[in-house]
Design a protein around this ligand. Structure first.
Ligand code: SAM
Length: 263
């Protein structure tokens, strides 16, 4: 499946698959992951908590009536996948998965199929080119962008090493009223030494990496109504037992997440 060139360079999606205990990773990915784990020993916790936020937020959105999902930065399939969460609540929910890595899409097409009612489509696209993604989604016709959708970007935006303010504004502008934006991304606010050290390892290996501050993440939700509890670490988003989580856990997870609704 992979060429020699693809196996000589670690891939973000395969490193992440390794953190999550998956099998779709190679020696080159595990070596990079080992180095990153030394700098930030809790990155596996961050990956798992991000994944659980995806489950809770997508369930919340499906229960809120959303039936169309556009997920950018899909990653190598890990059960349960986004469409399984959405279609458990609403079997007719439609999902379009987008990733810029063709190898991820090959894995995804092979492993993820819809049910009798809910359609799934896969598109290659780069989140930094929002107009191209939106046009491809329109051409694909699985989703109707004149109706509300949920746009999700889970564990994606920390791979873009420049401002995405304009990118996010373009996506938000294109959303129909009643749509939602759901994001989870890495921050250095709680454990700057560890997260910055891990970020440096990514960059040395020519993998883009950029942790984000709370204000920057909040800015991406400009013009949207933030769902309570706003921009928070993902283990603090709509969890009943939240009082039991110690503050030190925020440093382990080192991510921000939020969900916002376009009025
Ligand atoms: C860490 S995985 C996240 C997987 C899944 N969303 C989750 O939260 O479990 C990040 C994915 O983003 C993709 N990605 C990285 N840069 C991207 C870009 N510029 N545009 C689209 N996808 C990108 C990678 O190929 C990878 O599959």
């Amino acid at each position: 499946m992979y060429s020699d060139a693809q196996l000589s360079q670690p891939h973000p999606s395969r490193i992440y698959d390794y953190y999550l205990g998956g099998k779709d990773n190679y020696e080159v990915d595990r070596l990079a992951a080992a180095e990153i784990l030394e700098a930030w020993p809790h990155i596996r916790t961050a990956a798992r908590v991000n994944r659980r936020f995806m489950h809770r937020s997508i369930q919340f959105l499906a229960e809120s009536g959303i039936r169309q999902f556009l997920d950018i930065g899909t990653g190598i399939p890990t059960e349960p996948n986004l469409h399984q969460i959405a279609q458990q609540v609403a079997p007719a929910a439609k999902v379009v998965y987008v990733d810029n890595d063709p190898l991820v899409l090959t894995h995804a097409r092979a492993l993820m199929t819809g049910n009798e009612q809910g359609a799934i489509a896969y598109l290659q696209g780069d989140v930094t080119e929002p107009s191209a993604i939106l046009q491809a989604v329109q051409r694909n016709r699985t989703l109707d962008l004149s109706q509300p959708i949920a746009l999700s970007m889970m564990a994606l935006l920390h791979y873009i090493d420049h401002s995405v303010d304009d990118v996010m504004a373009t996506f938000v502008e294109a959303l129909a009223p009643g749509s939602y934006l759901a994001i989870c991304t890495i921050t250095a606010d709680f454990a700057p030494e560890q997260v910055n050290a891990a970020q440096e390892i990514y960059r040395v290996r020519k993998l883009p990496a950029q942790a984000r501050g709370r204000d920057e993440v909040t800015g991406w939700f400009a013009g949207l109504d933030l769902v309570e509890p706003g921009v928070v670490p993902p283990h603090r988003w709509r969890r009943a037992e939240i009082a039991e989580v110690p503050a030190s856990y925020d440093a382990k997870v080192s991510c921000y997440c939020a969900v916002g609704r376009k009025l």
